[in-house]
Design a protein around this ligand. Sequence first.
Ligand code: ZN
Length: 463
Amino acid sequence: MSPRADLAIRGAIVIQDGAFARDILVTGGRIAALVESGAASAEEEIDASGLLALPGIVDAHVHFNDPGRADWEGWARGSRAAAAGGTTTVIDMPLNSVPPVLDGPSFDAKRAAGERASVVDFALWGGIVRADPVALGELAERGAVGVKGFMCESGVPELPALPDGGLVAAMRAAADAGLLVALHAEDSALVAEATARVRAAGRRDAAAWAESRPPLVEVRAVARACTAAREAAARLHIVHLAAVEALGAVGAARREGTDVTVETCPHYLVFDEADVARAGPSLKCAPPIRDRANGDGLWRAVSDGRIDLVASDHSPCAPELKARGAGDVFAAWGGVAGAQSLLCALFTEATRRAAGTLDARKIAGFVAWRLATKPAKRFGLWPRKGALVPGADADVVLFDPAREWTLDAEDSLTGGISPYVGRRFRGAVVRTLVRGRTVFREGSVTREAGGRFIPRMEEGARG
Ligand SMILES: [Zn+2]
């Protein structure tokens, strides 16, 4: 007879390679088994009847800014917002914390900050600013999921862009250290030229931001990134792709055998230039939000797999850094605070676009793949994360696909300004569990900390 489980989550439809009525048994923080309804016994029971059970969301791109700029948000606040949104693992970027995560000691400082205050589990990106084998080796040995570099100004002085002439050498050094390279792909020369032209015309309105970074900025940078990856034999991940035309170079690179994946963000899928004009600086980000036809094109690419995954690129700031852009968009901080809305924004958009042709279970499967399974696989966290299978961490989102709700300002947990406040959602997070412990339940975060650092698993250790 099997031993009594710590926890049984009963009655949910489990979204994992399809949709099945199963009870989830949890022992020692891991999924022990998926069993027939009512089977086995447990110390604690959760009644999840009528709900879907999704693998906990793995948000591959957040900036919690801690240490150094914790007054903008920090691990405590950022991770609470994530937990409320059904995210059980975040992968934090090497900036805008101070110091940026560029070597072993700065990695250790970031990890310690997360271990002190994060409610959810976390993995870490390192940063790359030059070909530095020693620093890259330190990051790899500590379990960084990869290194992120910039092809244009990063927005903070302490993390400079990779110099044009040094891109291939830096990527080769990362590949030698076994690290995947994530690139912010906007061409700095084209950004400078278009920005000067738009500013010289006296433009400071919200729409001027997108005009200062036209699609060609991404098309050119993504093409160069793909070519550099091939030359360096590096694994490449394009973060927050926003211009659908830039996918052409990715398709060509894949056909030649280059290992490249692409991410986009909900704000590029659900908002357009009219929203930017209405919302102003809260939707300022780089690359910029473009027009409706571009958003439609990105959605098709997410649907057919040309875009691999969706992440929040949650990048909050002190509210006054957004406010100062009211009369001059160029003066505002660039970044969208969206960690809390990742799952619900994507589920809502998928439901809207399916227009009744797909049932909620199929939509949940699509969303879970893009937001949990695929990022966990790409960044070396699967099958510990991103899967509801025996042996995986018991990271579970209990989700009500039918509930309609509006994000009120007092329920927005980020330290930044969320552009999703006032927005209507379809589908709600009812409960979030990290390693079998409830961290969010019916509107309230129920833990103070307890999140663990998750190192990237070695290739051979994966299932
Ligand atoms: Zn970012």
